[in-house]
Design a protein around this ligand. Structure first.
Ligand code: PLP
Ligand code: COI
Length: 353
Protein backbone atom coordinates (compact mmCIF):
# COMPACT_ATOMS: atom_id res chain seq x y z
CA UNK A 1 0.00 0.00 0.00
CA UNK A 2 1.37 3.40 -1.02
CA UNK A 3 1.90 5.87 1.84
CA UNK A 4 1.71 9.66 1.54
CA UNK A 5 2.28 11.29 4.90
CA UNK A 6 1.06 14.73 5.92
CA UNK A 7 3.62 17.51 6.33
CA UNK A 8 2.10 18.99 9.50
CA UNK A 9 0.01 16.99 11.93
CA UNK A 10 -3.27 18.52 13.17
CA UNK A 11 -2.96 16.72 16.50
CA UNK A 12 -2.09 19.91 18.40
CA UNK A 13 -5.65 21.13 17.73
CA UNK A 14 -7.09 18.24 19.76
CA UNK A 15 -8.15 18.73 23.36
CA UNK A 16 -7.96 15.10 24.48
CA UNK A 17 -9.77 15.99 27.73
CA UNK A 18 -12.74 17.14 25.76
CA UNK A 19 -13.46 14.78 22.88
CA UNK A 20 -16.97 13.93 21.81
CA UNK A 21 -17.79 11.33 19.17
CA UNK A 22 -16.38 12.47 15.84
CA UNK A 23 -15.31 16.04 16.52
CA UNK A 24 -11.71 15.43 15.37
CA UNK A 25 -10.36 13.13 12.65
CA UNK A 26 -6.85 11.72 12.61
CA UNK A 27 -4.24 12.85 10.10
CA UNK A 28 -4.48 9.96 7.63
CA UNK A 29 -7.03 7.79 5.87
CA UNK A 30 -7.03 4.70 3.65
CA UNK A 31 -8.52 4.90 0.16
CA UNK A 32 -8.76 1.96 -2.19
CA UNK A 33 -10.65 1.71 -5.48
CA UNK A 34 -12.45 -1.23 -7.05
CA UNK A 35 -12.70 -1.04 -10.86
CA UNK A 36 -12.99 -3.65 -13.62
CA UNK A 37 -13.21 -6.42 -11.03
CA UNK A 38 -9.96 -5.46 -9.28
CA UNK A 39 -8.81 -3.48 -6.25
CA UNK A 40 -6.25 -0.81 -7.12
CA UNK A 41 -4.71 2.51 -6.09
CA UNK A 42 -4.66 1.53 -2.39
CA UNK A 43 -3.13 4.38 -0.49
CA UNK A 44 -2.74 5.81 3.01
CA UNK A 45 -2.91 9.55 2.52
CA UNK A 46 -3.74 12.75 4.40
CA UNK A 47 -7.38 12.97 5.59
CA UNK A 48 -9.20 15.01 2.96
CA UNK A 49 -12.51 15.57 1.20
CA UNK A 50 -13.39 13.26 -1.64
CA UNK A 51 -14.89 14.47 -4.88
CA UNK A 52 -17.75 12.49 -6.41
CA UNK A 53 -20.10 13.12 -9.30
CA UNK A 54 -23.73 13.99 -8.39
CA UNK A 55 -24.82 10.81 -10.18
CA UNK A 56 -22.65 8.59 -7.97
CA UNK A 57 -24.74 5.55 -7.16
CA UNK A 58 -24.36 5.66 -3.37
CA UNK A 59 -26.23 9.00 -3.24
CA UNK A 60 -29.26 7.56 -5.01
CA UNK A 61 -29.58 3.90 -4.03
CA UNK A 62 -27.65 3.73 -0.76
CA UNK A 63 -25.24 0.96 -1.67
CA UNK A 64 -23.04 1.53 1.37
CA UNK A 65 -21.82 -0.59 4.30
CA UNK A 66 -19.50 0.23 7.19
CA UNK A 67 -17.80 -1.03 10.31
CA UNK A 68 -16.98 0.35 13.74
CA UNK A 69 -13.90 -0.78 15.64
CA UNK A 70 -11.49 0.68 18.17
CA UNK A 71 -7.77 1.01 18.97
CA UNK A 72 -6.79 1.24 22.65
CA UNK A 73 -3.56 2.31 24.35
CA UNK A 74 -1.94 0.64 27.35
CA UNK A 75 0.08 2.31 30.11
CA UNK A 76 3.34 1.89 28.18
CA UNK A 77 1.85 3.57 25.10
CA UNK A 78 1.47 0.37 23.06
CA UNK A 79 -1.59 0.29 20.82
CA UNK A 80 -4.02 -2.62 20.35
CA UNK A 81 -6.98 -3.39 18.11
CA UNK A 82 -9.86 -5.42 19.53
CA UNK A 83 -10.93 -8.49 17.49
CA UNK A 84 -10.38 -6.75 14.10
CA UNK A 85 -10.77 -10.04 12.23
CA UNK A 86 -14.46 -10.06 13.25
CA UNK A 87 -15.03 -6.63 11.68
CA UNK A 88 -13.26 -7.85 8.56
CA UNK A 89 -15.59 -10.85 8.31
CA UNK A 90 -18.69 -8.77 9.06
CA UNK A 91 -18.06 -6.06 6.45
CA UNK A 92 -17.68 -8.78 3.86
CA UNK A 93 -20.95 -10.43 5.00
CA UNK A 94 -22.62 -7.02 4.65
CA UNK A 95 -21.00 -6.54 1.23
CA UNK A 96 -22.40 -9.85 -0.07
CA UNK A 97 -25.96 -8.92 0.93
CA UNK A 98 -25.67 -5.49 -0.74
CA UNK A 99 -24.16 -7.01 -3.90
CA UNK A 100 -20.80 -5.30 -3.34
CA UNK A 101 -17.28 -6.71 -3.82
CA UNK A 102 -15.35 -8.50 -1.07
CA UNK A 103 -12.58 -6.45 0.53
CA UNK A 104 -9.29 -8.37 0.62
CA UNK A 105 -7.75 -9.06 4.04
CA UNK A 106 -4.54 -7.43 2.99
CA UNK A 107 -6.31 -4.10 2.36
CA UNK A 108 -8.66 -4.25 5.35
CA UNK A 109 -6.51 -5.73 8.14
CA UNK A 110 -2.99 -4.87 7.06
CA UNK A 111 -4.14 -1.44 5.84
CA UNK A 112 -5.78 -0.64 9.18
CA UNK A 113 -2.73 -1.85 11.14
CA UNK A 114 -0.51 0.41 9.05
CA UNK A 115 -2.92 3.36 9.31
CA UNK A 116 -3.14 3.07 13.10
CA UNK A 117 0.61 2.65 13.39
CA UNK A 118 1.09 5.92 11.49
CA UNK A 119 -1.62 7.70 13.51
CA UNK A 120 -0.76 6.05 16.86
CA UNK A 121 -0.41 9.42 18.62
CA UNK A 122 -4.13 9.91 17.98
CA UNK A 123 -5.05 7.00 20.25
CA UNK A 124 -5.98 8.57 23.62
CA UNK A 125 -4.25 7.04 26.61
CA UNK A 126 -6.97 7.38 29.25
CA UNK A 127 -9.01 4.42 30.45
CA UNK A 128 -12.25 4.13 28.47
CA UNK A 129 -11.06 6.43 25.70
CA UNK A 130 -9.97 5.08 22.35
CA UNK A 131 -9.51 5.77 18.67
CA UNK A 132 -12.74 4.83 16.88
CA UNK A 133 -12.01 3.43 13.42
CA UNK A 134 -14.61 3.69 10.67
CA UNK A 135 -14.01 1.52 7.58
CA UNK A 136 -16.67 1.94 4.89
CA UNK A 137 -17.41 0.75 1.39
CA UNK A 138 -19.44 2.84 -1.05
CA UNK A 139 -20.64 2.50 -4.62
CA UNK A 140 -18.88 5.17 -6.66
CA UNK A 141 -19.90 4.61 -10.27
CA UNK A 142 -21.63 7.64 -11.76
CA UNK A 143 -24.71 6.04 -13.26
CA UNK A 144 -28.34 6.71 -12.52
CA UNK A 145 -29.81 3.30 -13.31
CA UNK A 146 -30.82 1.26 -10.26
CA UNK A 147 -28.34 -1.59 -10.36
CA UNK A 148 -25.11 -2.57 -8.60
CA UNK A 149 -22.39 -0.01 -9.25
CA UNK A 150 -19.43 -2.14 -10.43
CA UNK A 151 -17.12 0.59 -9.12
CA UNK A 152 -16.53 1.08 -5.42
CA UNK A 153 -14.35 2.87 -2.92
CA UNK A 154 -13.17 1.51 0.43
CA UNK A 155 -12.18 4.21 2.89
CA UNK A 156 -10.99 4.11 6.51
CA UNK A 157 -10.98 7.16 8.77
CA UNK A 158 -10.54 7.40 12.54
CA UNK A 159 -11.57 9.69 15.38
CA UNK A 160 -10.52 9.86 19.06
CA UNK A 161 -13.52 9.13 21.30
CA UNK A 162 -14.77 9.01 24.87
CA UNK A 163 -17.90 7.15 26.07
CA UNK A 164 -20.73 7.39 23.53
CA UNK A 165 -23.47 8.02 26.10
CA UNK A 166 -22.59 9.50 29.44
CA UNK A 167 -25.59 8.41 31.49
CA UNK A 168 -27.98 5.49 32.05
CA UNK A 169 -30.52 5.26 29.24
CA UNK A 170 -34.30 5.65 29.13
CA UNK A 171 -35.59 3.19 26.57
CA UNK A 172 -38.87 3.02 24.65
CA UNK A 173 -40.17 -0.29 23.32
CA UNK A 174 -41.07 0.45 19.69
CA UNK A 175 -44.43 -0.87 18.52
CA UNK A 176 -45.09 1.04 15.30
CA UNK A 177 -41.85 1.40 13.34
CA UNK A 178 -39.33 -1.32 12.46
CA UNK A 179 -35.60 -1.21 11.98
CA UNK A 180 -35.55 -4.31 9.79
CA UNK A 181 -37.58 -7.29 8.68
CA UNK A 182 -37.08 -11.01 8.03
CA UNK A 183 -35.21 -11.47 4.77
CA UNK A 184 -34.01 -7.86 4.89
CA UNK A 185 -30.67 -6.26 5.72
CA UNK A 186 -30.91 -5.93 9.52
CA UNK A 187 -27.98 -8.32 10.07
CA UNK A 188 -25.69 -6.09 7.97
CA UNK A 189 -24.08 -2.82 8.87
CA UNK A 190 -25.71 -1.12 5.91
CA UNK A 191 -25.98 2.65 6.12
CA UNK A 192 -29.70 2.50 5.25
CA UNK A 193 -30.46 0.67 8.50
CA UNK A 194 -29.30 3.76 10.38
CA UNK A 195 -31.10 6.24 8.11
CA UNK A 196 -34.39 4.44 8.67
CA UNK A 197 -33.92 4.48 12.45
CA UNK A 198 -33.53 8.26 12.75
CA UNK A 199 -37.20 9.26 12.43
CA UNK A 200 -38.61 6.81 15.04
CA UNK A 201 -35.68 7.65 17.33
CA UNK A 202 -36.38 11.37 16.98
CA UNK A 203 -40.01 10.76 17.99
CA UNK A 204 -38.81 8.78 21.04
CA UNK A 205 -36.36 11.59 21.90
CA UNK A 206 -39.18 14.15 21.77
CA UNK A 207 -41.15 11.93 24.15
CA UNK A 208 -38.22 12.02 26.60
CA UNK A 209 -36.51 8.71 25.77
CA UNK A 210 -32.88 8.21 24.76
CA UNK A 211 -33.32 5.24 22.45
CA UNK A 212 -35.89 2.86 21.03
CA UNK A 213 -35.83 -0.86 21.68
CA UNK A 214 -36.68 -2.47 18.35
CA UNK A 215 -39.10 -5.36 18.23
CA UNK A 216 -39.85 -7.84 15.43
CA UNK A 217 -41.59 -6.20 12.48
CA UNK A 218 -44.41 -8.78 12.25
CA UNK A 219 -45.82 -8.78 15.76
CA UNK A 220 -43.82 -6.21 17.77
CA UNK A 221 -43.76 -8.73 20.62
CA UNK A 222 -40.16 -9.98 20.42
CA UNK A 223 -37.14 -7.93 21.42
CA UNK A 224 -34.40 -7.32 18.88
CA UNK A 225 -31.87 -4.55 19.66
CA UNK A 226 -31.65 -0.90 20.63
CA UNK A 227 -30.10 2.03 18.79
CA UNK A 228 -26.51 1.00 18.06
CA UNK A 229 -26.53 -1.68 20.76
CA UNK A 230 -27.31 -5.32 21.34
CA UNK A 231 -29.22 -5.84 24.59
CA UNK A 232 -28.97 -8.02 27.69
CA UNK A 233 -31.36 -8.59 30.59
CA UNK A 234 -30.41 -10.08 33.95
CA UNK A 235 -33.45 -12.02 35.19
CA UNK A 236 -32.90 -13.63 38.59
CA UNK A 237 -29.33 -14.85 38.05
CA UNK A 238 -29.52 -15.54 34.33
CA UNK A 239 -28.30 -13.17 31.64
CA UNK A 240 -30.36 -13.36 28.45
CA UNK A 241 -29.88 -11.76 25.03
CA UNK A 242 -31.86 -12.13 21.78
CA UNK A 243 -30.85 -15.03 19.57
CA UNK A 244 -29.12 -14.15 16.28
CA UNK A 245 -31.47 -13.54 13.37
CA UNK A 246 -31.38 -11.89 9.97
CA UNK A 247 -32.99 -8.78 11.47
CA UNK A 248 -30.40 -8.24 14.24
CA UNK A 249 -26.79 -7.09 13.84
CA UNK A 250 -24.58 -9.73 15.48
CA UNK A 251 -22.39 -7.63 17.74
CA UNK A 252 -18.74 -8.31 18.50
CA UNK A 253 -19.18 -6.72 21.94
CA UNK A 254 -22.23 -8.92 22.57
CA UNK A 255 -20.23 -12.03 21.68
CA UNK A 256 -17.38 -10.87 23.95
CA UNK A 257 -19.80 -10.28 26.84
CA UNK A 258 -21.18 -13.80 26.46
CA UNK A 259 -17.64 -15.24 26.70
CA UNK A 260 -16.72 -13.01 29.64
CA UNK A 261 -19.95 -13.89 31.50
CA UNK A 262 -19.35 -17.61 31.05
CA UNK A 263 -15.85 -17.15 32.43
CA UNK A 264 -17.35 -15.35 35.44
CA UNK A 265 -19.73 -18.30 35.93
CA UNK A 266 -22.76 -16.21 35.04
CA UNK A 267 -25.39 -18.30 33.26
CA UNK A 268 -26.01 -16.75 29.87
CA UNK A 269 -28.53 -17.73 27.23
CA UNK A 270 -29.34 -16.57 23.70
CA UNK A 271 -33.07 -16.92 23.10
CA UNK A 272 -36.20 -15.36 21.65
CA UNK A 273 -37.16 -12.77 24.26
CA UNK A 274 -40.79 -11.73 24.43
CA UNK A 275 -41.64 -8.20 25.54
CA UNK A 276 -44.17 -9.82 27.92
CA UNK A 277 -41.38 -11.81 29.62
CA UNK A 278 -39.48 -8.58 30.35
CA UNK A 279 -42.55 -6.73 31.62
CA UNK A 280 -43.68 -9.70 33.78
CA UNK A 281 -40.23 -10.15 35.34
CA UNK A 282 -40.06 -6.40 36.00
CA UNK A 283 -43.42 -6.53 37.78
CA UNK A 284 -42.30 -9.54 39.85
CA UNK A 285 -39.06 -7.77 40.77
CA UNK A 286 -37.02 -10.53 39.09
CA UNK A 287 -35.41 -8.32 36.45
CA UNK A 288 -32.32 -6.93 38.11
CA UNK A 289 -30.53 -5.17 35.28
CA UNK A 290 -30.76 -4.39 31.60
CA UNK A 291 -28.03 -2.99 29.41
CA UNK A 292 -26.97 -2.31 25.85
CA UNK A 293 -23.55 -2.98 24.33
CA UNK A 294 -21.62 -2.12 21.22
CA UNK A 295 -18.25 -0.88 20.04
CA UNK A 296 -19.11 2.80 20.44
CA UNK A 297 -21.05 2.49 23.73
CA UNK A 298 -19.05 -0.43 25.24
CA UNK A 299 -21.70 -1.24 27.91
CA UNK A 300 -24.38 1.16 29.05
CA UNK A 301 -27.07 0.22 31.53
CA UNK A 302 -30.73 1.15 31.22
CA UNK A 303 -32.53 3.27 33.77
CA UNK A 304 -36.07 2.60 32.59
CA UNK A 305 -38.08 1.01 29.85
CA UNK A 306 -41.38 2.32 28.49
CA UNK A 307 -44.09 0.05 27.14
CA UNK A 308 -47.54 1.16 25.99
CA UNK A 309 -47.11 4.54 27.73
CA UNK A 310 -46.11 3.02 31.08
CA UNK A 311 -42.60 3.65 32.30
CA UNK A 312 -41.01 0.78 34.26
CA UNK A 313 -37.85 1.60 36.20
CA UNK A 314 -35.11 -0.95 36.70
CA UNK A 315 -33.87 -1.42 40.28
CA UNK A 316 -31.57 1.47 41.19
CA UNK A 317 -28.60 -0.69 42.22
CA UNK A 318 -25.35 0.90 43.35
CA UNK A 319 -22.65 0.55 40.69
CA UNK A 320 -20.62 -1.94 42.79
CA UNK A 321 -23.52 -4.39 42.65
CA UNK A 322 -24.09 -4.11 38.93
CA UNK A 323 -23.06 -6.96 36.66
CA UNK A 324 -22.98 -4.51 33.72
CA UNK A 325 -20.35 -2.38 35.46
CA UNK A 326 -18.30 -5.44 36.39
CA UNK A 327 -18.40 -6.76 32.82
CA UNK A 328 -17.59 -3.32 31.41
CA UNK A 329 -14.45 -3.19 33.55
CA UNK A 330 -13.43 -6.75 32.58
CA UNK A 331 -13.82 -5.84 28.90
CA UNK A 332 -12.01 -2.49 29.11
CA UNK A 333 -9.19 -4.07 31.16
CA UNK A 334 -8.59 -6.55 28.35
CA UNK A 335 -8.90 -3.83 25.69
CA UNK A 336 -6.37 -1.58 27.49
CA UNK A 337 -3.94 -4.47 28.18
CA UNK A 338 -4.48 -4.19 31.93
CA UNK A 339 -5.40 -7.84 32.34
CA UNK A 340 -4.55 -11.19 30.84
CA UNK A 341 -6.47 -11.85 27.61
CA UNK A 342 -7.46 -15.53 27.74
CA UNK A 343 -9.41 -15.23 24.49
CA UNK A 344 -6.66 -13.79 22.29
CA UNK A 345 -8.81 -10.76 21.42
CA UNK A 346 -6.10 -8.08 21.56
CA UNK A 347 -4.04 -7.45 18.44
CA UNK A 348 -0.92 -5.38 19.02
CA UNK A 349 0.01 -2.74 16.44
CA UNK A 350 3.73 -3.25 15.93
CA UNK A 351 5.81 -0.13 15.40
CA UNK A 352 6.94 0.35 11.81
CA UNK A 353 4.61 -2.50 10.82
N1 PLP B 1 -26.46 -3.22 16.69
C1 PLP B 1 -26.31 -2.11 15.93
C2 PLP B 1 -27.44 -1.65 15.11
C3 PLP B 1 -25.08 -1.42 15.92
O1 PLP B 1 -24.91 -0.32 15.18
C4 PLP B 1 -24.03 -1.91 16.73
C5 PLP B 1 -22.74 -1.21 16.73
O2 PLP B 1 -21.87 -1.51 15.99
C6 PLP B 1 -24.22 -3.08 17.48
C7 PLP B 1 -25.46 -3.70 17.45
C8 PLP B 1 -23.12 -3.68 18.29
O3 PLP B 1 -22.15 -4.27 17.47
P1 PLP B 1 -20.63 -4.29 17.86
O4 PLP B 1 -20.55 -4.80 19.25
O5 PLP B 1 -20.00 -5.23 16.89
O6 PLP B 1 -20.12 -2.90 17.73
C1 COI C 1 -20.58 1.22 16.60
O1 COI C 1 -20.75 0.93 17.80
O2 COI C 1 -19.56 0.94 15.98
C2 COI C 1 -21.61 1.88 15.86
O3 COI C 1 -21.93 1.46 14.82
C3 COI C 1 -22.14 3.11 16.39
C4 COI C 1 -22.17 4.19 15.36
C5 COI C 1 -23.31 4.03 14.41
C6 COI C 1 -22.13 5.53 16.01
Amino acid sequence: MKIEKILHSRIKEVDFNNISFGNYYSDHMICSEFKNGKWKNSVIKPFSDIMLSPVTLVFHYGQSVFEGMKAYKDKKGEVFLFRPEENFKRINRSAIRLEMPQIPKNIFLNGIKKLIDIDRDWVPNNYGKSLYIRPFLIATRGILSAKPAEEYMFIVISTPVDSYYKKPLKIKIEEKYSRSAPGGIGFTKASGNYASSFYPTKIANKEGFDQVLWTDSNTHTKIEESGTMNVFFLIKDKLITPKESDSILSGITCDSIISLSKKENVTVEKKNIKVSEIIESLKKGELKEAFGCGTAVVINFFESISYKNTIFSFPNLPEVERLSIRLRKKLLDIQHNLSYDPFGWRVKIERGF
